[in-house]
Design a protein around this ligand. Structure first.
Ligand code: BEZ
Length: 211
């Protein structure tokens, strides 16, 4: 199944290391990140799961729930968590979905047979409070993801959702933002009291509005 930005994230029921969940109900009213792993007891995945556990406070601050999925069964996940905690100096603090039947992997299109036979690739889905897919990323098994980048994108998505700004190339928290083209220049002062700079009529910059 192909999922596109703006589609409703498919709902599912699944067993996880923190009990059975109904995905949409588990997400509640906040944001979510669903990310897949090729397989348990593999080196790159071990580092990724540990990194996300260490960053959990950053996801919490942004009202984002994180959940991992791999095609191995629950007992395998439980054993692997001990290794993750031991080797990555963390305590696993979010659920891993057991997906041995590949139900979640299939509905989210996480299996790319020409890239990785029968295993999930490294997919990331960021889901908004409206349950729509806001971002998707696909990495090969050999490249571990940069979770600071995923937090950066979430910051950008949340600014756009709340303030009608976009973020320019290489933007990071604290940098100036782009006023979205839908806003007329004459309407900017009322909406952005911190001021703005008109670099070109189509390129208007304003200080990050939520600081
Ligand atoms: C890994 O997580 O290290 C990995 C998994 C599948 C293929 C290659 C690497």
């Amino acid at each position: 199944m192909t999922i596109r930005l703006g589609d409703t994230a498919p709902d599912f029921t699944a067993e996880t290391t923190e009990g059975t969940i109904e995905f949409h109900q588990w997400l509640g009213d906040g944001w979510g990140v669903l990310f897949s792993h090729p397989k348990d007891y593999t080196p790159v995945c071990t580092t990724e799961l540990g990194r996300v556990a260490s960053l959990k406070g950053e996801f919490d601050k942004r009202n984002v729930k994180v959940i991992a999925v791999s095609v191995d069964p629950l007992e395998s996940h439980k054993g692997w968590i001990k290794d993750i905690n031991e080797t990555q100096s963390c305590t696993m603090n979010y659920p891993i979905i057991a997906d041995p039947e590949r139900n979640v992997a299939t509905i989210y299109g996480m299996i790319h047979p020409n890239a990785l036979d029968n295993l999930t690739v490294r997919s990331v889905f960021v889901i908004g409070p409206d349950k729509k897919v806001k971002l998707q990323l696909t990495y090969p098994a050999s490249t571990g993801r940069n979770f600071d980048e995923i937090l950066r994108v979430i910051d950008s998505l949340q600014l756009t959702a709340n303030y009608q700004v976009a973020t320019p190339a290489d933007w990071k928290h604290g940098d100036d933002c782009v006023v979205v083209p839908a806003i007329k220049t004459e309407d900017i002062p009322a909406k952005f009291p911190k001021g703005f700079t008109e670099v070109k009529p189509y390129l208007r910059m304003t200080p990050q509005p939520d600081l």
